[in-house]
Design a protein. Structure first.
Length: 493
């Protein structure tokens, strides 16, 4: 048998070596190639999104500048603008104890407003909390206990429906699919803008890991940033400013994941969360300027609040919805009264988010409908009525509905906080915190203060009695598209 020549052998080895090297390079580089493709995609999206933000801000400035050309609008009734900043802790605002350089525009508004830094939300979950704000009903009464799988009943009267009955034009611009019209909060709105684009909430940073709830599917999410919410809100105002109006603007930016624009970005999660709040504040500054220039400031009640707070790694939890500690429950409330009936000041006493709607209706001089569960705060503000001892109720059924873990309930006073954990066929477990001595809720004193537990358990029983036997009667199964959207926002597994 003829042996191959030395040149032929060398060529064979060279070819084999090249094949092995190329194979190794392919295996080694394939992940890098994928990474480079992803980074290129991210950079491309960044440029597009930053361009969109810049263009929206230019359009906003144009509307604001032209607004000065309009004269007397001739309105007879006070208007209402409600701004709900999703996931905004009270201490994120300078006027409520936070850093003064984060929210300069809101802080300036606070100087002419009633400021309530200690408002308790009744559920740290977006859809049910908004339902409470706009119906003045506790979650057991309106029946909405979770995002995406409950729909508000037509039998419930909303603030928008009441104002529409009294001749108001009603508009809403919402920042997240979780408040899509299919979940029922569009009731009473002539205009409900929930048109979401398949785009990341903020441009993804190529150095940031993909958030856990985006893994396994496309990073397209269904939310809009503060610039777009403000732009669409101003456009609606331009069309409706000569009528009595109610406008609700929902800003979703501070919700996880935290990807503020570059000028607002920090070095960690908390800094980026505050950067999101600060970007919302900048966009609100344009809205406030528009109201001043157009003359609407003198005829418009401005309300700023939130649906819930954020964990920010306190008690070992970054997000919200699964616990009832104060960082998730305490939210801000600012109310600017253009009629000047109430002197601007800070009211540090504890109130509830269920109280917002009755207070607004009183300011608008609209009769209170039967069945509202919140209190009108104006008699306490005027000093004509002594404040009653406050017992604030909160709940979250998210751990039970998602993971078959315990339902959580709490009752809070200015001095004490009880959290009750309930699992089927098990005795309830209780945490008790002395808020005066332990405002961070680190030391459970339930075993020492049975007397306080007895009082707060009795209050909790009354709140829970609002629940019906069919407490999940408004629960629905989301369709496939809705499920994917909710997954992309981190609400579903």
């Amino acid at each position: 048998m003829k042996q191959p020549s030395r040149k032929g052998t060398r060529a064979i080895f060279i070819v084999m070596g090249l094949v092995v090297i190329l194979g190794c390079v392919y295996l080694f580089r394939s992940s890098q190639v994928i990474s480079l493709i992803r980074q290129g995609r991210v950079l491309f999206r960044n440029k597009i999104k930053y361009f969109q933000i810049d263009q929206n801000i230019k359009k906003i400035r144009t509307i604001v500048q032209k607004s000065a050309l309009f004269g007397d609008l001739g309105q007879e009734k006070l208007n209402l603008i409600m701004v709900v900043i999703d996931t905004c802790r009270s201490d994120a605002l300078g006027c409520c104890g936070g850093s003064k350089n984060i929210t300069p525009n809101i802080d300036r508004l606070a100087q002419s407003s009633l400021v309530f830094p200690l408002v308790i939300t009744h559920i740290p979950v977006t859809l049910p909390s908004h339902c409470t704000i706009f119906t003045s009903l506790y979650p057991p009464s309106h029946g909405i206990r979770e995002n995406g799988t409950f729909v508000l009943s037509d039998s419930v009267s909303t603030l928008a429906e009441i104002l529409k009955e009294h001749g108001y034009s009603t508009g809403a611009v919402v920042g997240s699919f979780v408040l899509d019209h299919r979940f029922g909060l569009n009731q009473g709105f002539d205009y409900y803008d929930d048109s979401f684009h398949k785009a990341p909430p903020y441009p993804l940073d190529e150095e940031e890991p993909v958030p856990e709830h985006w893994q396994g599917h496309d990073v397209d999410t269904f939310e809009r940033t503060a610039d777009e919410i403000t732009l669409q809100g101003l456009r609606w105002l331009e069309q409706n400013k000569k009528r009595s109006f109610f406008l609700w603007l929902h800003y979703y930016d501070p919700h996880i994941p935290y990807y503020p624009p570059p000028d607002f970005r920090g070095s960690g999660a908390r800094e980026n969360y505050l950067g999101e709040v600060s970007f919302v504040d900048e966009c609100l500054g344009y809205l406030f300027d528009y109201l001043r220039r157009s003359g609407l400031e003198e005829t418009t009640i401005m309300v700023i609040t939130s649906d819930h707070g954020e964990g920010l790694d306190e008690h070992g939890y970054k997000n919200h919805g699964s616990h009832l500690y104060d960082q998730e429950l305490i939210i801000p409330l600012l109310v600017r009264d253009p009629a000047g009936q109430f002197p601007p000041r800070n009211y540090p006493f504890q109130i509830d988010s269920v109280d917002i709607m009755p207070t607004i209706l009183e300011m608008l001089r609209i009769p209170r409908p039967v069945g509202l569960q919140g209190k009108n705060l104006l008699p306490f503000i005027r000093g004509v009525k002594d404040r009653e001892e406050s017992y604030s109720y909160a709940e979250t059924l998210m751990p039970f509905l998602r993971w078959d873990k315990a339902e959580l309930y709490s009752v809070r006073t200015p001095d004490w906080k009880m959290i009750c954990s309930i699992l089927p066929r098990k005795a309830p477990e209780y945490l008790l915190f002395n808020l005066l001595a332990d405002p961070e809720e680190l030391n459970n004193v339930a075993s020492h203060r049975a007397d306080i537990i007895i009082i707060l358990k009795e209050k909790l029983t009354k709140f829970r009695s609002l629940d019906s036997e069919q407490r999940f009667q408004y629960m629905v199964s989301p369709d496939k598209k809705s499920l994917e959207k909710l997954k992309s926002l981190g609400y579903m597994q």
